[in-house]
Design a protein around this ligand. Structure first.
Ligand code: ADP
Ligand code: MG
Length: 345
């Protein structure tokens, strides 16, 4: 079931320039965790503010459970947003911060206390309710902000780069907490991130924004293996791009003809293959290549190959490379099933 529906949203800021959000449509399934991914400045925070009601769209509609919430005030939307910077009230205790929204809704004091305490336990801040925000670490402040949002039992939770201000070890912890809480509460969640690895780890589905537009909304696997444009492929860490032309199921390119999977339309395009799909060693379809360089990455080794003057990157295991050194010849296979053609050159 669709929980949240953004329909052709456009938003410009008053100081002119191109619109920050351009004709963005996105349907988010009820209970899902979606990553809104895009580089800095692509309009992600603006989209969250539109959903939360902190900004009004120039055109388009926002529906929750099929009903428009476009003209409702933020507090009437059942949507809560957690900002990149936690923004806790400094003069209140942590527990008071968490209970704030409930008090504003005239919930009875004993119920506020009980629900706040339960939520502090869920975000693993037991015993810290009487502290002031300044007495918490950055990670604890983030968790308090998450508790303050979730205690309101929203239909939609919006998290704006919840991990970006944390260092690596805290990031793992916070990520796990977000995943646990989302699974437990099943609140429809939109998490903003500019980090594609983070998006892949966190989300069921990724909504990818470039330049104010939604360019692809799919599972991480699909965006990874079948990006819709060259820009998506590049943003997702694609490195192997071979310009050429598809004709009758064959892609003609600088390294020779390659058999394509079915369904590729004839015409000019760019062939891409993920580095981990490139196979090394002898084989019926193998073509000769020269090993240019190897970079040891721990469990994997990144290698650069030269195929008739064209460079390709591959990821392989240190074992598969045993006995091979830069400068040597090696057979390379680009399996048909792993080839993907982008319609642009
Ligand atoms: P992101 O969260 O993806 O980094 P934002 O939604 O914050 O992107 O911003 C997208 C663009 O909109 C940026 O180029 C930014 O300069 C512009 N922008 C954001 N907020 C404002 C504002 N309050 N006034 C004018 N321009 C803004
Ligand atoms: Mg932002």
């Amino acid at each position: 079931m669709t929980a949240l529906d953004l329909a052709d949203l456009t938003k410009s800021y008053p100081d002119g320039g191109a619109p920050t959000v351009r004709g963005l449509s996105l349907s988010v399934e009820s209970g899902s965790l979606t990553a809104l991914l895009g580089p800095s400045g692509s309009g992600k925070t603006t989209v969250l503010k539109l959903i939360a009601g902190l900004l009004t769209p120039d055109t388009g509609d926002i529906r929750l459970g099929g009903r428009s919430i476009r003209d409702l005030p933020p507090e009437g939307r059942r949507v809560v947003m957690v900002f990149q910077n936690p923004l806790l009230f400094p003069h209140m205790t942590v527990a008071e911060n968490v209970g704030f929204g409930l008090r504003m809704r005239d919930v009875a004091p004993n119920e506020v206390a009980a629900r706040s305490a339960a939520m502090l336990e869920k975000v693993r801040l037991v015993g810290l309710g009487n502290r002031r925000p300044v007495e918490l670490s950055g990670g604890q402040q983030q968790r308090a902000a998450l508790a303050r949002a979730l205690v309101l039992e929203p239909e939609v939770l919006l998290l704006d780069e919840p991990l970006s201000s944390l260092d690596a070890s805290l990031r793992d912890e916070m990520r796990a907490l977000i995943l646990d809480l989302q699974r437990e509460t099943r609140v429809t969640t939109l998490v903003v991130t500019h980090d594609q690895t983070e998006a892949v780890i966190l989300a069921d589905r990724i909504a990818l924004m470039l330049d104010g537009r939604l360019v692809q909304h799919a599972t991480p696997e699909v965006i990874y293996g079948r990006p819709v444009t060259l820009a998506v492929a590049r943003f997702f860490g694609g490195v192997n791009f071979l310009p050429g032309r598809a004709a009758g199921g064959i892609f003609h390119t600088s390294i020779g003809p390659l058999v394509l999977p079915t369904g590729v339309t004839d015409g000019p395009g760019t062939l891409t293959i993920r580095p981990e799909a490139v196979r090394l060693g002898p084989g019926r379809e193998a073509r000769p290549a020269r090993l240019v360089s190897c970079t040891f990455l721990g469990t994997q080794t990144r290698i650069e190959l030269d195929l008739a003057g064209t460079r390709l990157q591959a990821l392989t295991t240190p074992e598969a490379l045993r006995g091979l050194a830069p400068g040597q010849e090696v057979g390379v296979t680009l399996p048909t099933a792993a080839l993907w053609v982008l319609p642009e050159v």
